[in-house]
Design a protein around this ligand. Structure first.
Ligand code: B12
Ligand code: SF4
Ligand code: SF4
Length: 318
């Protein structure tokens, strides 16, 4: 049976190898306003506290392909197409059905994709799927980091796979740290989400801090820079068209936005977030063609959109 996962491995359920690093990350406020990350941290670092009946975790890596561009208006490659949470959850449920067929129909399983209190990269590393780079991404040996992770906890006893090494194979390389447009890595292996474009354009529901807007460049949703420069990502078999027309986004009313983006990752930021991000990208592009649409947005019902449109107009004017 083939479900399309590129890698899978079994992880033990004892405390995360990087539990202390995670606690420090919280203590330093690096989680920005993602309050859910700080809620019950001891459960997040202890998978068996989260799923007490589980005995093993099957950790999976799902390939999504490299972005075709990071230099023109674009979205993160993972966000092209349908929402991966739904796709991966379905695949992991298929995997659970398969496990039940080959073990017992009573086998219990718990599917986690992104949103559960689980340190997925840490578990993936301990399942031997890959190592963690200085950009904090999970890198699959020989295949790179363009993967999403999903976890299936099972109540079956299973010998864990050999863990990947920590630290991994970055050596003296610092390309990702040097290339980050907003200097979001205070030190290697640590990301300050408050500065990360991925956070600012996706998770952040309010204004984008003015001092960071110019550094956002042409990233309309998420950011792939610290992965695109990684030498472990040079051998890529799949490439996805991640370009987007920010001008088109400016024209969307609520109904058009919902119709066009329901079921995709963009739905998460809502119309407000997508237009806010598009305004910043257009301001940074200096494209005068955006002026009429930006001017119309000065009377939008949403104050965040109005403010970002004003900023973009001033920047284009300059
Ligand atoms: C919160 C979150 C974010 C935040 C914060 C990211 C961060 N680095 O902390 C923001 C919004 C910024 C974000 C961005 C992105 N995210 Co995100 N995110 C998450 C989430 C929900 C939790 C991550 C977390 O626990 N952060 C806390 C920090 C402390 O942990 P960590 O990131 O796992 O980092 C580990 C290392 O830094 C390590 N560590 C610390 N010190 C040291 C020292 C050494 C020597 C070593 C080896 C390790 C080490 O400890 C940590 C735990 O193992 C996970 C899903 C999940 N439930 O795990 C997805 C997840 C990590 N994100 C994912 C993706 C795809 C992205 C983006 C690529 C999306 C994009 N293109 O815009 C970017 C990548 C940015 C980056 N360089 O990390 C994937 C990563 C897949 C992969 N190959 O690694 C995940 C696993 C989602 C999924 N199910 O696939 N994300
Ligand atoms: S995703 Fe972009 S902004 Fe965030 S750490 Fe990587 S390069 Fe920096
Ligand atoms: S760019 Fe270099 S330092 Fe960064 S993760 Fe890749 S190998 Fe490691």
């Amino acid at each position: 049976m083939s479900l399309g996962f590129a890698r899978a491995g079994f992880a033990p359920l004892d405390e995360a190898e990087h539990a202390d690093a995670f606690r420090r990350w919280l203590a330093n406020g690096h989680y920005a306003d993602m309050a859910w990350m700080a809620h019950d941290p001891e459960t997040r670092v202890n998978p068996s506290a989260y799923v007490p009946l589980a005995r093993t975790a099957v950790v999976t890596a799902w390939p999504y392909g490299a972005p075709s561009t990071v230099d023109s208006p674009s979205v993160a490659a993972y966000a092209v197409g349908l929402d991966y949470h739904d796709v991966l959850r379905e695949k992991l449920n298929d995997l659970l059905a398969f496990v039940r067929r080959i073990s017992s129909p009573n086998t219990r399983g718990w599917v986690c994709v992104d949103t559960s209190p689980v340190l997925e990269r840490d578990l993936a590393m301990r399942a031997g799927i890959g190592w963690i780079g200085k950009n904090t991404c999970l890198i699959v040996p020989g295949a790179g980091s363009w993967f999403l992770l999903g976890v299936l906890f099972l109540d079956l006893e299973q010998e864990p796979d050999s863990p990947s090494p920590s630290p991994g194979h970055c050596g003296t390389c610092t390309r990702c740290l040097d290339a980050c447009p907003t200097r979001a890595f205070p030190v290697p292996y640590v990301l300050d989400a408050r500065k990360c474009i991925s956070y600012l354009t996706i998770e952040n529901k309010g204004e984008i801090p003015e001092e960071l807007r110019t550094d956002l460049g042409l990233n309309v949703f998420g950011c792939d820079v610290c992965q695109a420069v990684c030498p472990h990502n040079t051998k890529v078999s799949i490439r996805v068209d991640n370009s987007i027309d920010p001008l088109e986004l400016l024209e969307m009313d609520e109904a058009t936005f919902r119709r066009r983006f329901r079921g995709t990752p963009f739905f998460r930021t809502k119309r407000r977030g997508m237009i806010r991000n598009a305004c910043v990208a257009l301001g940074n592009s200096g494209n005068p063609e955006a002026v009429p649409a930006l001017k119309r947005l000065l009377s939008d019902h949403d104050p965040i959109i109005r403010e970002h449109a004003q900023w973009a107009l001033e920047r284009i004017d300059r």
